[in-house]
Ligand binder design. Structure first.
Ligand SMILES: C[S@@+](CC[C@H](N)C(=O)[O-])C[C@H]1O[C@@H](n2cnc3c(N)ncnc32)[C@H](O)[C@@H]1O
Length: 252
């Protein structure tokens, strides 16, 4: 099942979708006043959405004592980046080096090829976002930083463009980089493969890699890219029982 506007995949059942639609209607017509809405957003958080937040809380705890930056490969609306910024504010507000960098075209998939199969029924341009969304996201991430200590130092960066070009370019421009957490969520093979290769020299023991589509038959390209670059027995893939899809590996 695809979303109407941006060709994203939704795997919810019909019953789930109708309950979600009603919850959404309650959010849009909420009687909560503006000055209490943000503080009560948990009212609309479903178990599925909460499980992803809890996953990233557990992952962030794993990197608190390792040195380096966080990168997300595939940002889309930026929920994970915003969450990571909030977690940084809670868990290590004074870590000046913990920059958070997000890579995306902000125009949907670029570079789909035969290794991505047919099951997702996607094309270049699927999973796009609204026009100039990166500017909107940049404002949100700036506000996230303003609500935490050290807001005078900007500690996020959004890198727009095809990751097959932008990721190697980023590491060329920043040879000092150590990556302590890398989140792979491009969904497709080509940018994932390039990002894995460019990232590899910047990993250290203890670096954590998160994968959103590993062993996923709808998006086989991510697993193929990991297999080609690391070999599947080169990493120990683990998961938390609370999430269905996301896995991670710690570089040993
Ligand atoms: C599933 S979404 C990411 C979701 C996001 N991680 C989150 O937590 O909500 C996949 C993203 O990968 C991006 N993407 C796909 N191919 C890309 C490429 N070649 N270069 C940069 N971004 C790409 C798409 O634009 C899309 O926003």
């Amino acid at each position: 099942m695809k979303t109407d506007q941006y060709d994203a995949i939704v795997l919810s059942s019909t019953d789930e979708k109708s309950a979600q639609a009603m919850l959404l209607e309650h959010l849009k017509t909420t009687p909560l006043p503006d000055d209490e809405l943000l503080a009560n957003l948990g009212l609309f958080l479903t178990s599925k959405n909460l499980s992803r937040l809890l996953f990233f809380y557990e992952i962030y705890r794993k990197i608190v004592c390792t040195h380096g930056i966080i990168v997300e490969f595939g940002v889309r609306w930026g929920q994970t980046l915003s969450l990571l910024s909030a977690l940084r504010g809670i868990l290590e507000p004074f870590n000046r080096h913990r920059k958070i960098v997000g890579f995306d075209t902000f125009e949907g998939f670029v570079g789909m090829n035969e290794k991505d199969g047919q099951a997702c029924r996607c094309r270049d341009g699927s999973f796009s976002v609204s026009n100039r969304y990166e500017e909107h996201l940049s404002e949100i991430l700036t506000l996230q930083e303003q609500l935490n200590p050290m807001s005078h130092i900007r500690r996020f960066e959004l890198v727009k463009g095809d990751a097959a070009v932008t990721v190697p370019h980023y590491f060329d421009r920043h040879p000092e980089t150590i990556v302590s957490l890398a989140i792979f969520d491009f969904d497709i093979y080509a940018p994932t493969r390039v990002a894995l290769e460019a990232l590899r020299p910047h990993l250290a023991k203890g670096s954590v890699l998160v994968f959103d589509e590993l062993c996923d038959d709808i998006f086989p390209g991510e697993t193929i890219a990991v297999r080609e670059v690391f070999g599947l027995n080169g990493l120990r893939f683990e998961r938390y029982p609370m999430t269905s899809r996301v896995s991670y590996a710690v570089v040993e």
